[in-house]
Design a protein around this ligand. Structure first.
Ligand code: AMP
Length: 139
């Protein structure tokens, strides 16, 4: 079953589009956290960021820079957050990869967050080694 974002990409559902290229579309979020809240979405239909092709991932990086700059210019915001949720436990509601660009304004509007910072784990070196090995394998 196609995601709601695939239906937007296919033109079956309207959106306020702000950017499009071969791999990516971006449009206004229907329930904006702040003025100018935009979603940047790969056309490739995948649930999680780690499932994307290299071509989609590369195109997303470029599109994020372009759209973020355009949001800053159009809204006058100076600061913004880029948010990307993967999986229901991580607050993903639409199961199609997407990045939020959420402007932050002087009145405090924008993304609120609780940052559960801890202390470095005792096995940090082992943990970093395991992640590095996985990254090397993916090259
Ligand atoms: P997430 O929790 O990261 O999955 O966020 C999903 C986002 O998609 C929410 O911010 C919704 O407001 C937004 N959204 C859902 N349906 C639409 C739609 N038809 N057009 C634009 N944004 C949408």
């Amino acid at each position: 079953m196609p995601s709601i974002f695939t239906r937007i990409i296919n033109g079956e559902i309207p959106c306020h589009r702000v950017y499009e290229d071969e791999h990516v579309i971006a449009f206004l979020d229907i329930g904006p956290v702040s003025r100018g809240h935009v979603l940047v979405v790969p056309k490739e239909e995948r649930v999680r960021l780690d499932q994307l092709s290299d071509a989609s991932a590369a195109a997303l990086g470029r599109a994020l820079r372009i759209v973020a700059a355009a949001v800053v210019k159009a809204t006058g915001c100076v600061d913004y957050n880029v948010l990307q949720n993967n999986g229901a436990a991580a607050h993903q509601a639409v199961m199609h990869v997407h990045f939020h660009i959420i402007p932050k304004y002087a009145d405090g509007s924008g993304l609120g967050m609780k940052w559960n910072a801890g202390t470095a784990p005792a096995d940090a070196a082992e943990l970093a080694g395991a992640i590095a090995a996985g990254a090397r394998q993916a090259l």
